[in-house]
Design a protein around this ligand. Structure first.
Ligand SMILES: [Zn+2]
Length: 283
């Protein structure tokens, strides 16, 4: 796709070596996610030359900085949503790389990218999870805090792809994984920043609906609230925010192995497009 950045996978190779050298080959088999979890403690071990870890097994996080190019997103108090969203995304990428994950960005520069293309970046690269970062606005300057969006009704195309992946019949698919990812991100981002939690919310945004993997859109705070907007511009707050989000991502990945069908349910009746998608098609 247009602009994307991938990471190296060396930290995982290191973890693999450590696990083997301890004679616990079983730990390697115990699953990627638990290894990811222990990587925090194992990072201090000196690096050793060894064969590379199987790159395809390392979770791939696609990060999507909202808006870009001629689409500035929200503007308030001299702050442009597209610019701040990209700053936060780049910081979050660094944190995730340090945790040993692979990361791909839908945009790494100030360019416009249609919503469908953002979802396509994640689908084509077979991302493990998708996280879109935005900043919020309100008609009230009092409103502040963080909220995270997900959907359990993926687009019709995404439902068909999920049916094919797990050889399911053609019944409608309910996908709970986005809710779980949203809960983890929302909780950890609010814990880390002490921002007000506005909760997780179900909405059929194109980027969360058209992506095949667990996907969320996090509204990191309100540009229309002067105090929150000021905080969001400081390095200290940005650091807390991206640390919280990265922790939420790790917690989710630990609990939900990539190839598990957990959270994918079949509903009575054939798969149909979510109402929003049908409305759009009718326009
Ligand atoms: Zn936005």
């Amino acid at each position: 796709m247009k602009k994307s950045v991938s990471s190296s996978v060396r930290p995982w190779a290191k973890i693999g070596f450590v696990a083997r050298s301890m004679g616990s080959y079983g730990a390697l088999m115990a699953g990627l996610v638990s290894l990811a979890w222990h990587s925090v403690e194992l990072e201090a071990v000196p690096s050793v030359r060894l064969e590379a870890w199987d790159a395809s097994a390392v979770p791939l996080v696609v990060l999507d900085a909202g808006h870009g190019g001629h689409d500035g997103g929200a503007v308030a108090g001299g702050t442009l949503e597209k610019k701040l969203a990209l700053e936060l995304t780049l910081q979050l990428r660094e944190k995730l790389l340090l945790k040993g994950l692979r990361v791909k960005l839908t945009r790494s520069e100030d360019v416009f990218l249609p919503l469908e293309e953002r979802a396509a970046v994640a689908n084509e690269s077979e991302a493990t999870i998708f996280v879109s970062l935005h900043l919020n606005t309100s008609s009230s300057s009092e409103v502040n805090g963080i909220e995270t969006y997900f959907t359990e009704r993926k687009s019709l195309a995404a439902q068909r792809a999920l049916q094919a992946r797990w050889a399911l019949d053609s019944a409608a698919v309910k996908d709970e994984r986005g809710r779980w990812l949203a809960e983890n991100l929302q909780n950890q981002a609010c814990l880390s920043t002490r921002a007000a939690s506005r909760g997780i919310k179900e909405r059929n945004y194109a980027v969360v609906s058209q992506t095949l993997m667990p996907a969320v859109l996090i509204e990191c705070g309100f540009l229309t609230n002067a105090a929150e907007a000021e905080r969001l511009k400081t390095e200290e707050y940005q650091n807390k925010l991206t640390e919280g989000i990265s922790k939420g991502i790790m917690l989710f990945l630990k609990a939900h192995p990539r190839d598990s069908r957990r959270g994918i349910h079949l509903l009575a009746g054939p798969a149909t497009a979510p109402a929003e998608e049908r409305e759009q098609a009718a326009r």
